[in-house]
Design a protein. Sequence first.
Lengths: 372, 133
Amino acid sequence: MSTSAALRRTALYESHKRLGGKIVDFHGWELPVQFESIMREHEATRHRCGLFDVSHMGQVFVTGPDALAFLQKVNANDIARVKPGRAIYSHLPNEQGGVVDDVIISCLAKDRYLVVVNAATADKDFAWFQKHAKGFDAELENKSDQYGMIAVQGPRAADVAGLVAPEAPGLPRFGALERDLCGQRGFITRTGYTGEDGFEFIASNEIVARVWEDLLAKGRSFGAQPCGLGARDTLRLEAGYLLYGQDIDEGLTTYEADYGWVVKLDKGDFIGRDALKKQKAEGIKRKLTGIRLLERGVPRAGAPVMIDGKEAGKLCSATFSPSLRAGIGTGYLDRPDLAPGTKCGVMLHGREIPAEIVKTPFYASPNLKKGA
Amino acid sequence: MLDPKKLKYLKSHEWLDLQGDAGTVGISDHAQKEITDVVFIEPPKLGRKVKQGEACCVVESVKAAFDIYAPVSGEIVAVNADAVKNPALVNAEALGKGWLFKLKASAPGEAAKLMDYPAYEEFLKAEAAHGSH
């Protein structure tokens, strides 16, 4: 992508400016990093409800008799497990087992699926899909430019979403539904990137601002507030979610990212299966590992992690965790054997700060029962 | 709260309140907004002698770490224990309860090199025009 390319704005840009959002360049998109304060927005999402503009995310529709067969080929997860009205998290592997993207796929009908892809990878993913769709009776449509997307997240998300879409609270976790939003076709999934209960609304660009304003206005009674990318990042890292391009990419595999549960080797053939099968049998040499500082300090991406005085890897994501009031981070360490509780260190401002290996997620919300 | 008009400023957004040789240092209200939620303060050691422009304190926000530079040379005589304990004070009251440290200036005349309030306001406008983010 050219760096001189004009920045893109979502349909909610004017609203963000009006609400005092601090706009930054996020992979070519002008998006708010915060409105009021990252900490307060983080806490609002953990305890009440946060509203996020995630319109930069892309939408690819796969339709036709071979839609499922095609998706099985390009996904590590078993897409046959998702029935109409359900969604699933998956990785798109390359032949080496590296990750082309991480996605959420909703089954809208037996022969129609919606793939939500990352913003920076949308065009690459679509080209990847086209390349591998030959021979399949399936139509691919990249509608990323036509849809906006809003995440409604937090313990009161169901109350807030219900004010705009009464059937939303009835959705199970990872449920998906297609419905009219302000007279146009839209989609609601019970998914998110915060580690809280929540919903994602996908609506056409013409009406997404109306949905946003509606959620803001009606959600106030439940303490809903607009949140920026800053809180989105602290929330997702606490919840142990990967950020594509930072935590995973084409040179790192799903196993190395410690997301092995996504890979279903027994589902039949798919791109990257041989490489992944081999890696699983041989074992990984590096693993994405969580660390938590035991003293004051905020770790940053790029900071070396020390084990017994030797660098074992660098952090790829790191932040101050507002929920734990401590520094946390994840990095690929060349010691996949390390158990939680193992003491380590993180280099900060030229000093080694005591830390320990911890299990992820760093923070498990009491509002979201595991597997619910 | 101190009157922002009576303070001196650095381009790195520290303020200095100087009464004789007694200086108090903090970050400007503009700076606290820019760096967002302050979560840790690494204060200078008491008794440390610092030179004008020397990095002597670290303020960490959720987003990044920021060095704080001594506005004038001198000896650190106090650090704000309340702010170290509750760093949100820096955001709540950057020009008051959120001060960072006090120093005894060894050459108070150095303050003449710092910006006064109108100059700092002009500096902020120029920075904004250049698109500081």
